[in-house]
Design a protein around this ligand. Structure first.
Ligand code: NAP
Ligand code: MG
Length: 491
């Protein structure tokens, strides 16, 4: 994907001057407070960004409100909105290297994955919803001869999007692109760890000619800027991706303010069931390893619980541990790196404490477990895990796999569903009937059969239970950002 060599990425990182203001009403502006952005590569500050308090959040919501209530954006033809979003995507493609570098520096994702997977997702999402903008139809139900009823989709208003750091631009685009395509205006609050890529995207929105106030970015601590958005009476829709704990806060903010609609995409503890008749056990093991170590395990859908049939468990675990030992962990700017550092010192310490708890609970450490210098962690595998152990129940959000064994298919399904979460699940089998029966029984927003993490913009993404509700991606995401309006006309 990227032919730029390691030295060149380092030189570009040294020469980088990222945007550091808040982006409000189409321009960058300062705030009373500033906060450092620390790179997990080396623990050093890459930049100091303006940090929004309630006053700056007010200004951003006011700009989005004006752009929605009296500005051109919701009143443009859908084809004009499409053209603007396509220009934005073209500029993001022009600046692909810069965006990838910012992501890699701010949150530690390997540059190859930032440049490949994340930028592909961003560009694909912007272009998909751009194309959707002018291809939606409204309804005219058959109401009888003397009346005409129209059911139209109206943009819902000002959308606040609050997102995490693990896929800074993908998570933002999954909310921003359908909201803008629908005719809404947006205030985005990135995670404190990853504001720089979002600010660059905002600069490109202005360059693409999105009218002032249509897309605003406010950085700032969740407890201040995120909360101010959650409680703001000028926000109509709050679209959140993050932890279950913070998701609960947003429901309270909405209940205590204007009952804004809240959409939640939350955490997971996804089960990956390998049956002995998997079409290719090696492929199943390799995919299990890739799934949990990809993006440092900082994945809401990570297959963090491997449920493997006792008869093939040792063979599968051996292959996964061999893969864990061979993974290249290191500087995310090295194109050969497969796993970078964890996002922050605090998160690193949290993941290590989960490792310590798993050991104390009696799980057997098969690979990794030790911290490496800086914020790095060796890919870690525990087997002999029992369902009540914390390592089998809590979202760790790091490269830590829990392996549980079973004897019967029904036992595997019961184990898989024995969780508060319901984001994703997988089953590996050659038997068509088993595949259907198990995938039907698994309570999750997505079930993969003989694969993991596969998808497309055309399919919805989201969870059930404590993994949230609502769906990102696909045409269904437009439901979040539109209201149905009925117009009844007596003829
Ligand atoms: P997080 O702590 O919940 O934070 C997410 C966002 O909420 C950040 O922008 C954060 O701001 C903000 N926030 C924090 N506390 C807040 C508060 N009291 N009020 C309002 N906003 C607040 O999650 P994270 O650590 O960034 O990301 C990891 C979590 O996200 C995991 O649980 C993961 O499973 C989940 N996730 C889910 C999906 C999905 O689609 N289902 C995708 C990716 C990640 P600050 O950064 O400034 O604190
Ligand atoms: Mg945070």
């Amino acid at each position: 994907m990227t032919d730029v060599p390691y030295d060149e990425w380092r030189a570009r990182a040294a020469g980088l001057t990222p945007h550091t203001g808040l982006h409000i009403g189409g321009a960058f502006t300062d705030a009373a407070a500033a906060t450092p952005v620390i790179s997990p590569r080396d623990g050093l500050a890459i930049a100091h960004v303006a940090s929004a308090g309630p006053a700056e959040v007010d200004a951003a919501v006011a700009a989005a409100r004006r752009a929605f209530d009296t500005g051109p954006w919701p009143r443009l033809s859908p084809a004009e909105r499409k053209a603007a979003l396509l220009r934005w995507a073209d500029l993001a493609e022009r600046d692909r290297d810069t965006l990838a570098l910012l992501i890699s520096l701010e949150m530690g994702k390997p540059i190859t994955e930032a440049h490949g997977i994340e930028l592909r997702a961003l560009l694909g999402c912007l272009r998909w919803y751009a194309e959707v903008a002018d291809k939606q139809l409204d309804e005219a139900p058959r109401t009888g001869g003397s009346s005409l009823a129209l059911v139209t989709r109206e943009p819902a208003g000002v959308v606040a999007a609050v997102v995490p750091w693990n896929f800074p631009l993908t998570m933002a685009a999954w909310k921003v692109a359908p909201a803008l395509a629908a005719g809404c205006t947006v205030v985005l609050k990135p995670a404190e760890e990853s504001p720089l890529s979002a600010l660059h995207l905002a600069a490109l929105a202005a360059e693409a000619g999105l009218p002032p106030g249509v897309f605003n970015v406010v950085n700032g601590p969740g407890e201040i800027a995120g909360r101010a958005l959650g409680e703001h009476p000028g926000v109509d829709v709050l679209a959140f991706t993050g932890s279950t704990e913070v998701g609960r806060h947003f429901l309270r903010y909405a209940a205590g303010s204007n009952l804004k609609r809240v959409w939640l995409e939350l955490g997971g503890k996804s089960p990956n069931i390998i049956l002995p008749d998997a079409p290719d056990l090696n492929a199943a093991a390799d995919t299990a390893a890739w799934g949990i170590f990809f993006n440092q395990g900082e994945m809401c859908t990570a297959p963090s619980r491997l449920l493997v049939h006792r008869s093939v468990a040792e063979r599968v675990v051996e292959r996964i541990t061999a893969r864990a030992a061979s993974l290249r962990v290191g500087d995310p700017l090295d194109p050969a790196t497969e796993m970078g550092p964890l996002v922050s010192a605090g998160h690193h310490a949290r993941v290590l404490s989960h490792v310590a708890t798993a050991k104390a609970d009696g799980a057997r450490l098969r690979a990794g477990g030790e911290a490496r210098e800086g914020r790095y962690l060796a890919p870690t595998v525990f087997d002999r895990v029992t369902p009540s152990m914390a390592v089998a129940r809590e979202e760790i959000f790091g490269p830590v796999l829990a392996v549980l064994e079973f004897d019967e298919v029904d036992e595997a399904v019961a184990l898989a569903n024995d969780t508060d979460y319901g984001l994703a699940a997988a089953v590996w089998t050659s038997d068509l009937s088993t595949a259907h029966r198990v995938s039907r029984a698994l309570r999750a927003g997505t079930v993969w059969v003989n694969c993991y993490e596969e998808g497309d913009m055309s399919v919805p993404f989201g969870g059930v239970k404590l993994s949230g509700h609502g769906r990102d991606k696909s045409l269904h995401a437009l439901d979040k950002y539109t209201d149905l309006k009925t117009t009844w006309i007596e003829l």
